[in-house]
Design a protein around this ligand. Structure first.
Ligand code: ADP
Ligand code: MG
Length: 461
């Protein structure tokens, strides 16, 4: 009985196959690991029918698990959310939420519905992806402000809103936060949030099954359409064509369109010009990698959301060790927390070092002040003695501020320690310098490139 249902109705949705969010071929092993962990760590909660559950996939940060009947659904929802979330986080190393899906109303229905017809009218969002849980720093200020504005006045401020940045920097989080905000003020708003992969898969399915009408009805009669990772539209001609018309219909009706991608519109190869130009009609906002201060605030916030107590030195250690992206930071918190559990629960620097120390790929090389000085001397054509001395001429003061900024970003030295290396300046001077350069960097593309190059060189040494 169950097997039949499973084949007909509980087929994983189309985006399970290739979506970036999906676990792909890892899924089987991953799911087995999650179940295994629950069996060993929560034996009392465990039931033999857990093996019948189907992992549907990871959608917008929520791991969805299909139940076979109402009793299972009720039991899991009432008792097992925490255990499954914990296990899923440990196994995936990501802060995912877990949701148990109720069985379909009519599991024996003869005609198989289209995938998008099986999904609820309005989208599911990760409850943690809110503005309150998002740390704003120089790296994401504009994108955050734009999402807030769109969240408060959809369809009228920036349309479309296009957010881009590399992986793990908070695009999905911000897009969902905008949706949460829209929903707060207008619970009836029809919001469709989906990955680009889902859009194209639904489109292909609709074409194959002669159901374009239903597809268009679904996508063109919404108040807000959010498509995450639009770069996956590249080189898919028919999907692009369809999306072009979807876009035009929604835009003309003043419905809000929000898009994200890993690069700015004109740099996505394989996207038609007419789409690129439309992507630029509204506001294009970039998210950069978070600086140290922002990373510290993110670690603090993530720990708080998960009720994990992290001492300040551990927060600093994690934020300064891992500087690639925010998802890695979360993975690090999970690792540290998991190891601490094995050692009695207390988290301290020792545990953090043990947890992250073995992973040499994420540990950047120690960079020293002399190396920074050396790099800046070469790049800015100033004398070493001037940098460390008291001279205040503009070019020297600027190069010195760059040094302080780099020291703050790339070393673990405190403000005081950095100040001492530069003619005994006090910590407020260092703080001011690093803020100033960070701020300039967001406005001055050439400086940004120079600093990125210097950072890269220093890391390679
Ligand atoms: P992207 O979509 O850009 O790949 P995500 O939105 O999935 O990135 O972000 C990865 C993880 O990092 C998410 O769990 C998200 O909550 C978190 N994150 C990213 N930036 C921030 C931030 N500024 N404040 C809080 N959490 C963040
Ligand atoms: Mg994303």
């Amino acid at each position: 009985m169950f097997v039949v249902r499973r084949r007909n109705v509980l087929r994983p949705p189309a985006d399970w196959r290739g979506g970036r969010e999906a676990f792909g071929s890892m899924s089987e092993a991953l799911w087995e690991n999650i179940l295994g962990r629950i069996r060993t760590q929560h034996a009392a909660l465990s039931r033999s029918w857990f093996s019948q559950l189907v992992l549907v996939g990871l959608s917008n940060g929520v791991l969805e698990i299909q139940t076979a009947n109402a009793a299972q659904h009720q039991y899991l929802t009432n008792h097992c959310v925490a255990a499954f979330s914990e296990a899923a986080q440990e196994i995936t190393g990501r802060l995912v939420a877990v949701r148990f899906l109720a069985p379909p109303q009519d599991a024996t229905a003869a005609a198989e519905p289209l995938s998008f017809e099986r999904e609820p009218e309005t989208c599911r969002l990760n409850p943690d992806y809110t503005f309150e849980n998002f740390v704003v720093g120089p790296c994401n200020q504009l994108a955050n402000a734009a999402c807030v504005a769109v969240g408060e006045n959809p369809g009228t401020t920036y349309n479309p809103l296009f957010v881009h940045g590399s992986v793990g920097l908070g695009k999905t989080h911000l897009l969902q936060a905008a949706c949460h905000r829209i929903r707060q003020t207008n619970p009836a708003a029809k919001i469709l949030f989906l990955s680009c992969e889902t859009f194209t898969n639904h489109f292909i399915e609709a074409v194959e099954r002669g159901a374009l009408h239903q597809f268009r009805y679904r996508y063109r009669y919404v108040d807000v359409l959010v498509i995450d990772d639009i770069q996956f539209l590249a080189a898919r001609e028919r999907s692009q064509e369809e999306f072009f018309h979807t876009f035009n219909t929604l835009f003309q009706a003043q419905k809000q369109i929000i898009l994200s991608a890993d690069s700015p519109p004109k740099e996505i190869a394989g996207i038609e010009d007419r789409l690129v130009s439309r992507f630029n009609w509204g506001l294009v906002a970039r998210i950069d990698r978070p600086c140290l201060d922002t990373r510290i605030a993110i670690v603090q916030k993530k720990a708080k959301v998960r009720c994990i107590e992290l001492p300040d030195d551990v927060v600093y250690f994690i934020a300064s060790t891992i500087d690639s992206n925010t998802r890695e930071l979360e993975g690090a918190i999970t690792k540290v927390n998991a190891l601490a559990q094995q050692y009695g629960g207390r988290i301290d620097l020792e545990i953090a070092r043990m947890a992250l120390g073995d992973d040499t790929t994420i540990r950047p090389k120690e960079i020293s002040i002399p190396q920074i000085l050396d790099a800046v001397v070469n790049e800015f054509n100033v004398r070493l003695s001037d940098l460390q001395g008291k001279k205040r001429s503009r070019s020297i003061a600027f190069a010195r501020q760059v040094c302080m900024y780099l020291a703050r970003e790339l070393t673990r030295l405190s403000l005081e320690e950095i100040g001492k290396c530069f003619g005994g300046r006090d910590h407020t001077t260092v703080l001011h310098a690093s803020r100033l350069i960070r701020d300039l960097r967001t406005r001055d593309a050439e400086l940004d490139r120079t600093l990125a190059k210097l950072t890269e060189e220093l890391r390679r040494r």
